[in-house]
Design a protein around this ligand. Structure first.
Ligand code: SF4
Length: 111
């Protein structure tokens, strides 16, 4: 579903049908200690970009609201794990490299 920030996110849910005013992030809602979410956070969230870059079905995301101070620094902290390798995934846009091998970067040839 399209977020208020204009990105497609599978975790965003909204229902304005027949006077309802429901907006929720199901990723924050299912994350232990996810915090209090608001639709303003979608524009500061990496999840839509992660989902576009990496569609691996073994990747599990968690999202926690970072409140910041006086509204500054407010955002979403994303963490990721891989259910296949069993470990954290520091760069979820890239993945852990178990299913899809990471490209080797060749040193520049010296001539
Ligand atoms: S906060 Fe992030 S994960 Fe949650 S609905 Fe918005 S874009 Fe999706």
């Amino acid at each position: 579903m399209r977020t208020p920030a204009g990105s497609d996110c599978p975790f965003y849910h909204a229902d304005f049908h027949r006077g309802r005013q429901l907006q929720e992030c199901r990723l924050v809602a299912r994350t232990p200690g996810g915090g209090r979410w608001g639709p303003d956070l979608c524009g500061r969230c990496r999840v839509p970009a992660i989902q576009r870059a990496n569609a691996c079905t073994h990747l599990v995301l968690q999202a926690r609201v970072r409140q910041g101070v006086l509204g500054l620094g407010r955002g979403i902290d994303i963490s990721a794990t891989c259910v296949r390798s069993g470990g954290p995934v520091p760069a979820p846009e890239v993945g852990c490299g178990l299913c899809h091998s990471l490209p080797l970067i060749e040193p520049e040839s010296r001539s």
